[in-house]
Design a protein around this ligand. Sequence first.
Ligand SMILES: NC(=O)c1ccc[n+]([C@@H]2O[C@H](COP(=O)([O-])OP(=O)(O)OC[C@H]3O[C@@H](n4cnc5c(N)ncnc54)[C@H](OP(=O)(O)O)[C@@H]3O)[C@@H](O)[C@H]2O)c1
Length: 286
Amino acid sequence: MRAAHQGAVLGLHRSRHEPAVLREALDLGVGALDTSSNYLGFRSHETLARVAGDLLPRFRVSTKVGYFPVPGRASEHSLDPVRLRAAVERAAQDLGREPDVVFLHNPEHSLSEGSGPLRRERLAAACQVLEDAASSGVCGSWGVSSWDPRPLGALVAGLPRPDVVMVRSGLLVKAEVLDAAQLLVERLRPSRVWGMSPFGGGEADSMWGRFDPRVFLREPERATTAQAAFRAAFHLPEVEAVAVGSDNPAHLRELVASLSFEVDPEVVSEYRRLLRESAGKAGARH
Ligand SMILES: NC(=O)c1ccc[n+]([C@@H]2O[C@H](COP(=O)([O-])OP(=O)(O)OC[C@H]3O[C@@H](n4cnc5c(N)ncnc54)[C@H](OP(=O)(O)O)[C@@H]3O)[C@@H](O)[C@H]2O)c1
């Protein structure tokens, strides 16, 4: 087994939770696993404990709370402190161990209504639950994970400082979402920033015929398009690790092999400039 590296996090959002893939991840040095209380139809935690209980202690495990099962519906989102507290405790019980990180999952989902001060108060109370859980040892640390951080920047003044912030990263992320992610990070000042979903959940394949992500690399001839897109995701925005999903050990190997490839910062700056320019033009047309 290779020494664990920090860059790739195996995300379980779309995963079949097969032990063989988890074992492969460990062999490749991918020592971090990201799941959520709502993944696998709200059965991710108990399934991991059942099928991979022997492997779990070897991973740093992050999970998320914020979505709750509702009979007759897929799920509902809530920032209710009582429900969040119970969900963190349940996560530790179902996993059979304390998670290393618990994220507040997509808080923006429950913050579209009410006055600014009221929304800020709800967000602060939810963050406080997670900070308290980390202080009392129910989880190792806590964070905020946001698919669309645009509503959050204006609400985070005075919030407890999270250990980790996780935001979308990569070539499929719009200019405004990248800017909002950077603002969130500047205001929350977490110790670590992670990216997620570098292939948009598998939607990226159709893009590579029109656009070759290898332009981002200093040595493009060494890489596949998937490797280049994965590496670019570490700089759009700047993150130290990226949560990526795969049920295919060959894909995982391909991604891990790309971690040493260097991205050209000038291409990243030029791409950000073009992205902002085209977002500005699109805004002016509306
Ligand atoms: N709001 C949130 O908190 C939130 C939201 C979304 C995602 N996330 C986190 O981010 C993780 C990843 O997100 P995601 O699964 O939605 O998107 P993703 O990682 O962008 O995409 C996963 C897809 O990419 C494919 N893929 C992976 N490596 C590949 C390769 N080398 N070549 C070709 N295809 C490859 C996988 O197919 P194969 O299985 O065939 O490899 C899978 O279909 C999640 O599991 C979760 O941990 C968090």
